[in-house]
Design a protein around this ligand. Structure first.
Ligand code: FAD
Length: 410
């Protein structure tokens, strides 16, 4: 006879997607266990991760529905406008631009900028306080086995956990995906994302800027106070050279791209770098297993959508599991897993490839391509419905939305 279950839903990986998944599944009435290889104290520390995420308004609504928004918003900067321009280093922007103003589609901000470490702290605390969730960290999953009734994972301390379903939120390199033999497609970009925070003299008024330079996008993301997070994409070789510069020279290069529209700038704290690649799982499911977040799709950060795609997986998975349980179905059954895969795969693949195309279109300096894209920016900017379509996309409010992304209870 099969062993009793220790938990309903086992989540391997306690990054932002894994933690959010745990909270959403618990809100759906399930007992959840999250396993993560990193000590939560390390993951929440200032030096661990410098990323600041543009969280789309649909994702914010999910956190509201889960009762987490009041705490998250304390460190969140609303994005009121997004300005997209094209140009060259030291030459400034071309006269064509695309301007997204949140007032065109309603009262809500287009999204919020949130520091990864703050999100982790809030989500980890909520997980630890939840009586239906157990967090095992630091603990590493080393092997697993699925049978017709459940999924059993073995951890590095020799213990094992048996669940009705396992959700793989173990990141781009997903060992669970590998072990299940799920193939991927993808490529590396010969680009790195340099991430740092600057302090500036003037108020940013909640305006995010995406400045397309020949080596890749340079994003200026407004943070609380007179601070901005930069995601500065460079060719790998150039990025390594920039990272090796003394701080004064690094700041000079940074100023040449940032410009002076916010007055004087100075860097605050460390500089992080992330190699950029695209990786898409060919399927999201296996026996009693489903992949969510970067384990299923790791994308280019060009439009700040990577985590948002993962949070959509979370909202859909929570709804699929809850509905299955309400109908008395086995939550790890193949048809339940397939419903999740069907709902999510098209959206993820189309957005990932869209971001890839955008990166290719903008990360070059060929005169005819420059002209075409500048004209494209100018045209979209003049057509109201096109502008609003892009804004709704950026806000994550398109397609078949699960209840949580509409701000509704499960
Ligand atoms: C430069 C840059 C900027 C970005 N900006 C944005 C943005 O503005 N907006 C946005 O939406 N997205 C953005 N992204 C994307 C976003 O960072 C990722 O999509 C998101 O962090 C992925 O989260 P995850 O929880 O799926 O994976 P991860 O954060 O990678 O978490 C995986 C977890 O799994 C754990 N794990 C792995 N193996 C095991 C194991 N064997 N046992 C136990 N635990 C294990 C790890 O410890 C880790 O905690 C950006 C990415 C980059 C690189």
């Amino acid at each position: 006879m099969a062993r009793e279950f220790d938990t309903d839903v086992l989540i391997i990986g306690g990054g932002l997607n894994g933690l959010s998944m745990g909270l959403a599944a618990a809100a759906g009435g399930f007992d959840v266990t999250i396993v993560d290889a990193i000590d939560p104290k390390t993951a929440g520390a200032e030096e661990f991760d410098g990323r600041v995420f543009a969280i789309a308004f649909a994702s914010c609504r999910m956190y509201e529905a889960l009762g987490l928004w009041d705490e998250l918003k304390q460190d969140a900067q609303p994005i009121n406008d997004i300005l997209v321009t094209d140009g060259r280093v030291r030459e400034g922007a071309s006269p064509f631009f695309l301007h997204f103003d949140h007032e065109e589609i309603g009262d809500e901000a287009l999204g919020h900028l949130m520091e990864s470490r703050h999100m982790r702290k809030v989500l980890t605390r909520a997980v630890l306080d939840h009586d239906r969730i157990t967090l095992k960290a630091p603990a590493k999953r080393v092997s697993s086995a699925a049978d017709p009734y459940g999924f059993t994972a073995t951890l590095d301390d020799g213990s094992s956990i048996r669940a009705r379903i396992c959700l793989g939120a173990d990141g781009r390199g997903s060992p669970l995906r590998e072990e299940a033999g799920i193939k991927t497609i993808g490529w590396t970009y010969d680009q790195m994302g340099i991430v740092t925070t600057v302090h500036h003299e003037e108020d940013h008024h909640g305006i995010a800027q995406e400045f397309f330079l020949p080596s890749g996008p340079f994003a200026i993301l407004p943070m609380t106070g007179r601070r901005a997070s930069l995601v500065w994409t460079e060719r790998t070789k150039a990025a390594k050279a920039l990272l090796g510069l003394p701080p004064e020279r690094f700041l000079e290069e940074l100023r040449a791209r940032f410009g002076d529209y916010l007055g004087e700038i100075e860097t605050l704290g460390p500089v992080w770098s992330y190699p950029l690649n695209l990786i898409l799982a060919r399927r999201y499911i296996d026996d009693r297993l489903a992949l969510i977040g970067d384990a299923a799709h790791g994308v280019h950060p060009i439009a700040g959508q990577g985590l948002n795609l993962g949070l959509r997986d979370v909202a859909v998975m929570a709804e699929v599991l809850t509905d299955a349980a309400r109908l008395g179905q086995d939550i790890g059954a193949q048809d339940v897993l397939e419903r999740y895969q069907q709902w999510r795969r098209f959206d993820n693949v189309s957005l990932s490839l869209g971001m890839d195309a955008l990166n290719r279109l903008f990360s070059n300096d060929l005169p005819p391509v420059r002209l075409a894209r500048d004209l494209g920016l100018g045209v979209v900017n003049r057509i109201g419905p096109a502008r609003r379509f892009f804004m709704r996309h950026a806000g994550g409010a398109v397609g078949e939305l699960p209840r949580l992304l509409k701000g509704e209870a499960l």
